[in-house]
Design a protein around this ligand. Sequence first.
Ligand code: ZN
Length: 633
Amino acid sequence: MKRFILLSTLFFFTGVNFLSAQELYMPRNVQIAVKNGTRTLDGSPGINYWQNGGKYNIEETVTPETKVVSGVEQIVYSNNSPDTLKILAIRFVNNVHKPESPRGSEVNDNFFTTGLDITSFSVNGENYNIDSKNWGTVAAVRLKQPLLPHSSAQLNIAWNYPLSKQDGREGQVDSTTFYVAYSYPRVSVYDDYNGWDFLPHTLRQEFYNDFNDYQLSIKVPKDYVVWATGDLLNADEVLQPGIAKRLKDSYTSNDVIHIADFNEMQQHKVTLQNDWNTWKFSADHITDVCYAVSKNYVWDASSALVDSKDNRRASIQAAYNDTAEDFHHSVKWAQNSLQYFSTKWPGVSYPFPKMTAFQGHADMEYPMMVNDATVSDTRRFGNQGFKFAQMVQDHEIAHTYFPFYMGTNEKRYAFMDEGWATTFEYLIGVDENGKAHEDSVYKMFRINRYIHDPSAEEDQPIITMSTQVSGAGYGNNSYGKASLSYLALKDMLGDATFKKALHHYMDEWHGKHPIPWDYFNAMSTGSGQNLNWFFNNWFFTNNYIDLKIDTVQREKDFYTVKVKNVGGFAIPFDIKIIYADGQIAMLHETPAIWEKNSKEQLFKISSKKIIKSVEVDGGIFMDYTPDDNIWKG
Ligand SMILES: [Zn+2]
């Protein structure tokens, strides 16, 4: 740092007036929500904030011979809104398997099914004649008696649907292993800024769900194990005594316990030998429940301390094909993940009693569960052990916080969950593998394709509704670009202030439905700074990443370096000076430097020595044209 003094940063770009406190574009429906007092400009839920929810009591049967899931449920749905509801929107995501459903990605013939068949439907004891044959992934049921504000209705529904042969986020993994998700009809979200959520599920966008309380019971033939969201309530009624003891021991153990190995599964030594067993689970104040069943998977378990204040542990389990080498490490990795996420980033105690990793093909998160493909590591990263498999599992577990602790609307604003999961994936990766390795992985996997693709799709503003973008526009807006915005903000605020602001946002909105403006406003309030200029720069523009050293001029004992921000994003970067005598000096600039002038900045470097080269380097903020980031004297 010797002989390297930043004397001043000059602003001389003219022709644009910068307002000191910019206002962010706010959609009219959000403005109305603020006016109605359900949301606020300081980013806290408004005095009139409300959300609807239900108590779900679900009983499902999985019949392996027919691959059919059938169920009955009772839903007590509470209308906490000030509105009289004349319809109920009923959602069944798995109707996306019907050939006539709109889809955002390709499927093969094995994907198609006949979808949902509702066999009975009643509201408050009154039978409804429902023909679900023409239902899509969401359908309106007109109520015979409107549901008044601050009242509830009891729905009783019976249904069945076939499991798809092609499994993705759910379906048949093999002939005796099924991942059963989105398996019950549910009331779609009715919220304060948008009313009923009638957006169809198309496979691309993910989900938006109320927080509900669940009692879930799953009936399967003997020798089938069930892994599900929530606490297993009746281990002794479904497992043989020795197996049940191992499972209970795992709840307090740091060691990985093999609850059931391959031979035990084959030799009928795991479940009770009744013709059918009914596995019972419960989970409260959570956005969804799902489960997996298998007759041939092995089962590991352990637990981790996730809250030292009350010595709370979370159960950690894994269910997989014994041949999947990476999954043999799954429980150990998850112990590390839960402890990292609880204590470092986001630094919020893991909020659930359990996490189960299941081997499927989805690379997908569910409350308290993840469904990941097995990866032989050479597929992605060369010979580096199982780092890719661990990274994917870390990512999916990170989703615990966004969208399951924070009930974000993934369908409209995917960056509110994928951007954070990608950020936590990076931060835990630095902890696990070191910064150099993780930087290269993040650049290769999350940024490289985006920044080197000059297509207009890549530069659509991040705030663009996720339903209105596709392909690269969806992927990079949701993952890489959004993650970079969070990491840029962390760099600008510093870790302590960034964490304080993030925790403010999370404390205000966990268990609720925040939207982007709640995030923006809560972070400004939590940090004690008006960050609108930053959010405007990152979320509401067509910016990309491209710095350039425009000129370097020497005058007496100092150099003047003009750096242009061609792409426009307010990124952090390093300036690296190499002197003629070989000495190197480094300086870090946070995104704050772009607040007053996001187009260009002048740096004065006091030096009596000759400078050989000056380079600007954004690191993981990869530059579109890195060749012009270096000046050589
Ligand atoms: Zn994700």
